[in-house]
Design a protein around this ligand. Structure first.
Ligand code: TNX
Length: 542
């Protein structure tokens, strides 16, 4: 008793002597409903963290919150697996509930009261999303013994179910530690789909047990790409460059993402952008090669040979391994930028066109994609492809990634295919975000923060029933001009924040001025996290 009293007095004294952090409310993406109330919840070393004992699976997520609390208060609460006592105070309680069941798979409701913080959701992913909101209510610096979290009520859920971010690890390679950071950044902004671009002309980055040469040969090239290597020979260093992920590493990343409610959609490019694979196995081309893993970027005429049966058995083997590694239901099979030059000149391709009653090489492209889709269906997977695949006809249940503007997506929705909008015009983060002369070399194009923010994934011209086929949107980060992870961060931040609001927040709640105000709080967080963000949105116009 005496001891308790003593502890109590010491706590009171130290609390009054030390600083209390009062974070501002600058949540991004903006929640659907937010009401700020009187008072604060005081988070300190006495704060308890509970999860519902019937929901053990919330433990991993709760531990992530415990770690953030440690960063804020210096003390990491233990996760207690029980219901808090009725009269308990100063606790956080996470639990799933079916009432109200209007929150959907990722929605949550957060109630911060002076005595407790209650986070409820219908499904575990909702708890994960709510925790991201709590994190944004806490400071990111040490040395506060307590934090005053403003009392508030939030009910929140996403506008779109596919909130994607893509990373090209081919043009430049990033190790697992960087990929995990990338995933953390996605989680921070409630993004849920990581499109991992793993194969292309300039490299093959995923270990395939049956075809070791894919990474032994295709994983490496003779020099780094800085822009057009061939146009800028002075920047071409001629040093062996590359890398790949082992299957163990892939599994590790998949688990890491899963713990943060992120699904990975791996991309295995076909039939184009395939030179790394052809360098390893030239017999899969129309001409027989030889080939080298490409050093420049571009569109190349040598692609997988669609007339060669070996191509299909090879790709089926590869996709069997890929399908086993990634538990998500969707696999990306590329399909973009496929020159038909080789197929035109290839007797086997012409024979295939005749035997399958196809009209031309475009239909052969369609045949190719459909055959792969059919195979993947036997593995219980559905495909997504770049909008070019619409041209050759696609099976039901195929998703379209509309990158050449929104036209492909509109066409796909009209044909009742699911659509992810990712137009170069608004969501290409390899493009400049400020005045070109003041920016580091980038791909071209111009996608400033305000333009990203202004995007509406659902085109007005669609009918209400067609609109339902827009499953979401995604930002893409191609890395031809991005050799380091520091540069990845620069291209990503703060545009990722604008994109998250496009994907999560209802259009009626979006407001540019309000967003830029909240961004001031976000920039402080980037500083605390040591993120290399761009301030180009604040450039003085020349
Ligand atoms: C087009 S987007 C490509 C990529 C490039 C990108 C650069 C797409 C499906 N294909 O191969 O990296 O432009 O912005």
């Amino acid at each position: 008793r005496l001891l308790t009293l003593l502890v109590f007095i010491v706590t009171i004294l130290s609390a009054s002597a030390q600083q209390t952090a009062v974070p501002d409310i600058s949540i991004v993406p903006r929640p659907q409903h937010l009401i700020v109330q009187q008072g604060n919840f005081i988070l300190n070393a006495n704060t308890r963290l509970y999860i519902n004992p019937e929901q053990h699976f919330l433990k991993t997520t709760a531990e992530q919150l415990a770690q953030t609390i440690k960063t804020a208060t210096g003390q990491q609460p233990q996760v207690l697996i029980k219901i808090p006592r009725k009269r308990a105070a100063n606790y956080i309680y996470l639990s799933l509930t079916n009432t109200p069941d209007t929150l959907g798979p990722e929605g949550y409701s957060l109630s911060v009261q002076p005595t407790k913080i209650l986070l409820t959701a219908n499904q575990p992913a909702g708890i994960g999303m709510g925790i991201q909101t709590i994190k944004q209510l806490l400071p990111l610096t040490f040395n506060f013994t307590s934090v005053a979290v403003p009392a508030l009520e939030i009910t929140d859920k996403p506008a779109y179910s596919w909130r994607g971010l893509h990373l090209d690890v081919v043009r430049h390679f990033f190790p697992v530690s960087d990929i995990k950071k990338y995933i953390d950044y996605m989680a921070m902004y409630k993004l849920n789909t990581f499109h991992w671009h793993l194969t292309d002309d300039q490299g093959w980055r995923i270990e395939i047990k049956k075809y070791p040469r894919l990474t032994e040969v295709g994983g490496w090239r003779d020099g780094t790409i800085v822009g057009h290597a061939l146009e800028r020979p002075q920047q071409f260093d001629g040093k062996k460059y590359g890398g790949f992920y082992t299957q163990d590493e892939i599994r590790e990343v998949v688990q890491y993402a899963q713990d943060r409610n992120i699904t990975i959609v791996p991309e295995t490019e076909m039939p184009g952008h395939a030179l790394a694979a052809l360098a390893a196995y030239p017999e899969l081309s129309c001409t027989g090669g030889p080939f080298k893993t490409e050093q420049a970027w571009g569109i190349f005429e040598d692609v997988f040979c669609a007339g060669n049966e070996q191509t299909y058995s090879f790709l089926e083997d590869v996709l069997t391994e890929v399908a086993a590694l990634f538990p998500g239901q969707v696999l990306h099979i590329g399909g973009d930028e496929v020159p038909k030059t080789r197929w035109k000149a290839c007797p086997k391709c012409q024979a295939k066109i005749a035997s399958e009653n196809l009209k031309n090489e475009n239909e052969l492209h369609g045949y190719f994609i459909q055959r792969i889709a059919k195979f993947l269906k036997t593995k219980d997977k559905r495909i997504i492809g770049w909008d070019e695949i619409l041209d050759g006809g696609i099976p039901n249940n195929t998703l379209i990634m509309s990158w050449r503007g929104t036209a492909g997506g509109i066409k796909a929705a009209e044909q009742q295919h699911g659509v992810v909008m990712t137009p170069t015009s608004h969501l290409y983060f390899d493009y400049y975000q400020g005045v070109q002369q003041l920016e580091p070399l980038a791909f071209g194009g111009y996608t400033p923060l305000s333009k990203v923010y202004s995007f509406n994934p659902t085109p007005d011209k669609l009918t209400p029933s067609e609109k339902r086929f827009i499953v979401g949107a995604q930002a893409n980060l191609w890395t031809e001009y991005i050799p380091t992870f520091e540069q990845v961060e620069y291209m990503l931040f703060p545009r990722i924040a604008a994109a998250s609001e496009v994907f999560w927040t209802n259009p009626a709640n979006k407001n540019w001025d309000n967003f830029t105000q909240r961004m001031q709080g976000q920039y402080k967080r980037y500083d605390a996290l040591g993120i290399n963000y761009s301030t180009s949105a604040y450039q003085v116009k020349q």
